[in-house]
Write a protein of this length. Structure first.
Length: 256
């Protein structure tokens, strides 16, 4: 079953305290995103175990890193992720990047097998270009459940949102605050001032105004967790969104 992705989830890269996960769930977050390469799946699992929120209400996503995309490594490392997370099944498992040991002809059927065996609920892709997405569709039996990419006012990967809309799967935007750079973008700051809010809130609201986009900002403090949730309720008008859409600066934080 393809998981339901809330409009706003929690990116956990760098989070090393289970209490942060527990606090996020307590505040209402229902989508936790981690990865093998983050080294904190056990932290996420511990936080989930501490929480009073029922497991079935939370979408848990992780990613298989690029050195483990040979079929036998996909299964082995996914089982290791399950152990660290303390789960019987991962709701959404991504191919983290289509590099190194990635081979669509062998990697993607291995993900299908995990889904057929009930170890994962759905297959996601991450950091794919449009041509790579098209190739993946040839070899993946499961529908693409989500495509996770860097997406913020200073970087929008070419064509990926259009592809997602055409094939009816969501984009999961990571680094929505551009590593804090949104505070230095005049257009974003001006919109924030008009709404008496922060540039960070505007960046999140701008993403969520786009059809088919969810986002997973990272936050460690309760105050930032609350602020990001509140940003999901901020409504920008079409002119404000177009002002940010028109930015010509391009700054990719996580190139291959």
């Amino acid at each position: 079953m393809t998981p339901t992705l809330p409009r706003l989830g929690l990116g956990t890269m760098g989070i090393d305290d289970p209490e942060t996960i527990d606090a996020a769930l307590d505040l209402g977050y229902r989508h936790l995103d981690t990865a093998q390469v983050y080294g904190n799946e056990r932290v996420v699992g511990d936080g989930l175990a501490r929480s009073d929120v029922p497991r079935e209400e939370v979408t848990v996503a992780t990613k298989v890193w690029a050195d483990s995309l040979a079929p036998e490594d996909v299964r082995r490392t996914t089982e290791e992720s399950l152990d660290r997370l303390g789960l019987e099944s991962i709701d959404l498992l991504y191919v983290h990047r289509p590099i190194e040991t990635y081979d669509p002809e062998t990697t993607l059927p291995a993900f299908d097998d995990l889904r057929a065996d009930g170890l994962i609920g759905a297959v996601g892709l991450s950091n794919f270009a449009v041509d790579e997405l098209e190739t993946a569709r040839e070899f993946l039996d499961a529908p693409i459940a989500a495509h996770q990419v860097e997406f913020h006012p200073l970087f929008r990967p070419e064509g990926v949102l259009e592809h997602a809309r055409e094939h009816e799967y969501p984009i999961v935007a990571y680094s929505p605050l551009a590593g804090g750079r949104v505070r230095d973008i005049d257009e974003v700051v001006a919109v924030a001032e008009a709404h008496d809010t922060t540039p960070e809130a505007v960046a999140i609201a701008w993403l969520l105004a786009k059809e088919g986009v969810t986002t997973i900002p990272k936050a460690s403090s309760r105050a930032h967790l609350e602020a990001n949730l509140a940003a999901a309720e901020l409504e920008l008008d079409g002119e404000e969104c177009e002002r940010i859409d028109g930015l010509e600066r391009t700054e990719e934080l996580f190139p291959e």
